[in-house]
Design a protein. Structure first.
Length: 386
């Protein structure tokens, strides 16, 4: 009799304890959903009214990107802005890029290129290429993108430059992926949406922690005065997010949410190439500042804990009242996130199908758990841009 009572008491105590952790985890998530992510909904970027006088150097690193450059260069050259230049860093290409750029420079006076024959062995090739490009820039404002990107409009440069006012030295832009058929494409676009929601809303909140090199503007002096990529020179990747993690703060950073400045890109089309890309991206997270790691880690673990505990508690709880509390709390999170993400998605050019958001929330939880565990146990990668 004593044993039955003791076991029953332990069971009830454990169940209540797990339920309290579940509720606390949901409350933690709700705080970010309602008071951080939702800030994107009401944020307004400066209206593009007139051309700025400050010059802009657009820099593109290219490794065997001939076909993409054929499309991108005319789009960049047609930007409606008075003072800008286009610098292409030809990083050891062997697909005819050099001859193509030599001819293009005779047709576009704003275009010039730098040819890299060899990268020092101890340096990341992407960071080395960017450093050469930025140091050679004639203008103070550096605007970065990639060869496989396409500006949403001819006001990309002017819209980003419009935000570089006062004491701002960094403008974080948004770079979604083109919509294509298939599960992988949907997963990539949802992850991009979540990542953008986080880094853009955190920046509005005054806690900038990263940027995306497909659409990123900062001051040349900021780059030079902070010794560029020296701190993480041997880290694979991080030419955008690690540099921003080091130098961005609530005073010098702003964001641009004008849809005319969005820079679309082509996503990976095979699981293998996507996996390699994700390994490179995830591997740099451990170099973030402690506060950023705690916040992002808290978001990640709270989502995992919420899902796991919900399943466990559904099996454990027999009390109807507690079941109502459990299910009600879980539904509250889903509904709040769906409502906020619906509005955020509209601000970010409707890059997702809103009706599928809860489904992809579940998939993303599983995906990030697997990738996180895999990244933890994976071996150190060699420095390789592609």
């Amino acid at each position: 009799m004593h044993s039955i009572f003791t076991n029953s008491l332990i069971y009830k105590t454990l169940t209540l304890f797990l339920l309290l952790i579940f509720i606390a985890s949901v409350i933690f998530q709700l705080y970010f959903i309602v008071f951080v992510f939702a800030k994107i909904i009401w944020y307004h970027s400066p209206k593009i009214t007139s051309e700025k006088n400050q010059g802009v150097s657009v820099i593109v690193c290219a490794w065997n990107e001939l076909e993409n450059l054929r499309v991108l260069i005319p789009l960049l050259n047609s930007q409606k802005y008075s003072a800008f230049e286009i610098i292409i860093i030809n990083d050891r290409s062997c697909d005819g890029t050099h001859d193509f750029l030599s001819l293009e420079c005779t047709q576009y006076e704003k275009l010039r290129f730098i040819k890299i024959e060899k990268t020092p062995e101890h340096l990341s090739s992407k960071k080395y290429a960017l450093t050469l490009g930025i140091k050679s820039a004639n203008y103070e404002n550096i605007l970065l993108t990639d060869a496989d990107c396409r500006p949403q409009s001819s006001h990309w440069i002017s819209g980003m430059a419009e935000c570089m006012t006062g004491d701002k030295q960094i403008v974080l832009g948004f770079s979604p992926y083109f919509k294509e058929k298939g599960f992988l494409n949907n997963l990539i676009r949802y992850e991009t949406f979540i990542t953008a929601t986080q880094y853009l809303s955190f920046a509005i909140k005054g806690i900038p922690y990263m940027g995306v090199g497909r659409n990123l503007m900062y001051k040349k002096l900021l780059f030079l005065n902070n010794e560029a990529f020296v701190k993480h020179i041997n880290v694979l990747g991080g030419d955008d997010d690690l540099f921003m993690n080091d130098v961005a703060n609530h005073k010098n950073t702003t964001i641009c949410l004008d849809s005319q400045t969005f820079m679309y890109s082509f996503p990976k089309t095979t699981w293998k190439t996507w996996y390699i890309q994700k390994q490179r991206h995830l591997s740099v997270g451990k170099y973030y500042k402690l506060r950023n790691k705690v916040l992002l880690g808290g978001l990640f673990f709270s989502q995992i804990i919420t899902s796991i505990l919900f399943i466990i508690l559904v099996l454990l709880i027999s009390n109807k009242l507690l079941i109502y509390v459990l299910v009600g709390t879980f539904l509250l999170r889903i509904i709040c996130q769906w409502m906020v993400f619906y509005k955020v998605n509209k601000r970010l050019d409707n890059t997702l199908d809103t009706i599928t958001l809860p489904y992809w929330d579940v998939i993303f939880t599983l995906y990030f758990s697997i990738m996180g565990i895999n990244n933890f146990f994976s071996k150190k990668q060699k420095l390789k841009w592609r």
